[in-house]
Design a protein around this ligand. Structure first.
Ligand code: PGA
Length: 247
């Protein structure tokens, strides 16, 4: 895994935007995999700024988001549909964007439809990921099988607690979500994982120097041929310089 260490969140966001810009410059019809959460907000702000400056064109790009809560209306301000509109799609035009439908009448059929759409378009070229404090990617919590596609997941208490900050109270956080599975994520041609802040240090350290295990879902990225970690100093604080350069 390639590791890029940066001083802080702003630098992480700029470097991630550089990688997305390079991908789109090389291939304007790229298929991007997108993530939600606090981590990629700065990346999306950078992309919006670059589109406004005229140095980036996303209008031929197709995007697929990693996940969505089950049973939350799309217009609810904590839904990932809402998040993506607020941070990206209200500001820049893409060719087409896709987010799993957590209100589909048949959720299993929705999972198959989503993986089918990704396959039909030829796969994801560049997948952006954040990492949970427990090492999850997308909503693939510890113990998620490496071999599964898009699926229904039960959120762990840790994730519910982490995401409660966006809701009026923790009991309003949905207990289930649809998430691209780890197999779907690993099929992306390249993957960029962003990690910022002390709260991610333990998960990042485990991912880099621990075993590749379903107990720490992000560790699977060490098996990917083109995965890059962009990590700020706080999130890298439990790794030595040597561990950061030899991974
Ligand atoms: P965060 O979440 O960006 O809000 O920290 C990341 C994740 O849970 O994948």
């Amino acid at each position: 895994m390639r590791i890029i260490t940066v001083p802080d969140y702003a630098a992480m966001s700029r470097v991630a935007a550089d990688l997305v810009s390079a991908e789109v410059a090389h291939s304007p019809r790229s298929v991007l995999g997108l993530a939600t959460g606090s981590t990629p907000e700065g990346l999306y702000a950078e992309l919006v700024a670059r589109v406004r400056m005229g140095t980036l064109n996303l209008s031929f790009v197709t995007t697929f988001n990693l996940d969505e809560y089950i049973g939350l209306p799309e217009e609810h301000e904590t839904s990932y549909h809402f998040f993506m509109r607020r941070h990206l799609f209200d500001h820049v035009q893409v060719r087409e964007y896709h987010i799993p439908n957590g209100n589909a009448p048949d959720l299993l059929a929705e999972c198959r439809r989503y993986d089918g759409l990704i396959a039909e378009i030829g796969g994801i070229d560049l997948q952006i990921l954040g990492i949970g404090r427990n090492g999850h990617i997308g909503f693939n919590e510890p113990g998620s099988p490496f071999g599964e596609g898009t699926r229904i997941v039960n959120l762990t208490p840790d994730t519910i607690a982490a995401n409660a900050r966006f809701f009026a109270s923790p009991d309003q956080v949905p207990r289930q979500a649809l998430s691209m599975g780890i197999k779907t994520i690993m099929r992306a041609r390249s993957i960029v994982l962003l990690a910022s802040g002390e709260g991610k240090a333990q998960a990042v350290a485990g991912m880099i120097k621990g075993p590749v295990t379903e107990a720490l879902p992000a560790s699977v990225l060490r098996l990917h041929p083109d995965a890059t970690l962009i990590v700020d100093e706080d999130a890298a604080s439990l790794l030595t310089r040597e561990e950061l350069t030899s991974a």
